[in-house]
Ligand binder design. Structure first.
Ligand code: SAH
Ligand code: SF4
Ligand code: F3S
Length: 453
């Protein structure tokens, strides 16, 4: 029995839920699908966690800080009168820690892994009886067979998970353990979901996967297709203006996908291709299975296919055994690659991963110093990239309201944010703008002329 069952509010259809997602875009996508499923069950989305009868914390386990955050968040759900909502911990911490979570935080009623959340309604029923409900099964692919189809949602941009899990086992990373083996969703399912999103008003779809470019499946005619084939099929959907994909692994970057960047009109000139380190010795210890040279050679082919491509990446500093020389090599690869944007992290030892047991862990102050130097260089490159757009004309997709009166914020094809005063425009419009000035993180633009949405 739950120790908290007496202070819990009963949960029924007609009650409200709040889903908070942390971590990567795939978690954001999962959080949306959980919400859609709960709505389908007759529950209502709540604006705030304070008013919700059920709070789902959709968690991330990638670094220690992210994983520990869930416990302080659970603590904050206790209300002034001592009661708590029904609490479900979903996502990668749920998968990694399982019932340990409800032992450490007894107010947690439900623990559900990323491949089992379609069973949330049954788990809620179990929790209603005062029992802890835990489901960290990994039934292959089945959640997508069970989840309700996507409701109409008038918004400009949406995520669509096409590939899940990872078989790469980089020695620092928890994803293969929390998300399971690499699987590709079937062709028809993805095309149908994309059409439903576009029907609802979506103009841009970002295809998601831990290794999205490893996606492969048969098309509707039984032909084997890679991600480029899928992108070409989605490009034919009327009303879908922009296609993006993330995250890609260098080893799965096929020439077909590179070529798609030169001849698929709706495929945006943006590539997130993490290298992690610029030292071959460290890449080997990370089990990355690519080298600095093979990475740079891919970039060369990508830039031949699409010279204006914006490149993004991920970096880890302070991986066990990383010497000053190894770190200098990382700065060197950054200079050679020239990023428009990038994410960089201090190495965080994760339980159960091989790197956590390596006896050459790096001191925190060395990591801090390296991260600062790396981020200074990456910020400089980002600002340079933004400055090159200054004075140019481009097309943006409006995504949200800005802070000023009549101001809207949209994205360029290269994923840079542009602030523009356009009182007659609305979210979801595509606008032609002139870039008037560039800042380190965004651009200022002015309207050239209004295009029909
Ligand atoms: N599948 C993607 C990204 C997965 S996780 C890829 O292979 O590139 C997102 C990023 O988190 C990784 O690219 C890596 O830079 C970072 N990351 C993963 N594990 C980490 C750890 N233990 N410590 C610090 N950063 C980590
Ligand atoms: Fe993690 Fe490596 Fe898989 Fe990316 S490729 S998810 S970093 S194990
Ligand atoms: Fe985090 Fe899981 Fe994504 S660990 S980064 S939420 S796959």
């Amino acid at each position: 029995m739950s120790t908290d069952s007496k202070t819990k509010k009963p949960l029924n259809s007609g009650k409200s839920y709040y889903v908070k997602s942390f971590g990567c875009q795939m978690n954001v996508y999962d959080g949306e699908r959980m919400g859609e499923m709960l709505s389908d069950q007759g529950m209502q989305a709540s604006e705030t966690r304070e008013d919700a009868d059920l709070v789902v914390l959709n968690t991330c386990h990638i670094r220690e800080k992210a994983a520990e955050k869930v416990y302080s968040d659970i603590g904050r759900l206790r209300r002034k009168d001592g009661s708590t909502p029904m609490i479900a911990v979903a996502g990668c911490v749920a998968q990694a820690e399982g019932q340990e979570i409800s032992r450490r935080a007894p107010s947690v009623d439900i623990v559900v892994g990323p491949q089992a959340y379609h069973r949330l309604p049954e788990l809620i029923n179990t929790a209603k009886t005062g029992h802890k409900a835990i489901d960290t099964d990994m039934p292959p692919n089945s959640k997508f067979d069970v989840l309700p189809s996507r409701p109409k949602q008038p918004r400009p941009s949406a995520f669509l998970t096409v590939q899940e899990g990872c078989d790469k086992f980089c020695t620092y990373c928890v994803v293969p353990y929390t998300r399971g083996a690499e699987i590709s969703r079937p062709w028809g399912e993805i095309v149908d979901e994309a059409k439903a999103l576009v029907d609802g008003g979506v103009k841009e779809i970002t295809l998601l996967g831990q290794n999205v470019n490893a996606w492969e499946s048969e098309d509707d005619k039984g032909h084997r297709q890679g991600l480029d084939g899928l992108i070409r099929a989605l490009d034919r959907i009327d009303g879908l203006e922009r296609i993006r994909y993330t995250t890609s692994h260098p080893n799965d970057m096929t020439q077909g996908l590179i070529d798609a960047h030169s001849n698929v009109a709706s495929l945006m000139p943006y590539l997130h291709l993490p290298v992690q380190s610029g030292s071959n010795r460290i890449l080997k210890a990370m089990n990355r299975s690519h080298t600095v040279e093979s990475y740079l050679e891919i970039l060369e082919r990508v830039r031949t296919a699409r010279p204006d491509i914006a490149l993004s990446g991920d970096f880890i500093v302070g991986f066990p055994g990383e010497s000053d020389e190894d770190f200098e090599a990382t700065l060197e690869v950054v200079r050679a690659a020239n990023y428009s944007q990038a994410f960089s992290f201090k190495y965080s030892p994760r339980p159960g991963t091989p790197a956590a047991d390596m006896d050459t862990q790096i001191a925190p102050e060395i990591m801090d110093e390296r991260l600062q130097r790396l981020q200074a260089l990456l910020n400089e490159q980002q600002f340079d990239f933004n400055r090159k757009l200054d004075g140019k004309n481009t097309r943006i997709l409006l995504e949200r309201q800005g802070k000023k009166d009549g101001q809207l914020v949209g994205k360029t094809p290269w994923l840079t944010s542009v602030h523009v005063i356009a009182p007659d425009a609305k979210i979801g419009d595509m606008l032609d703008v002139h870039i008037d000035s560039a800042g380190p993180n965004s651009l200022q633009g002015s309207l050239i002329r209004r295009k029909a949405a």
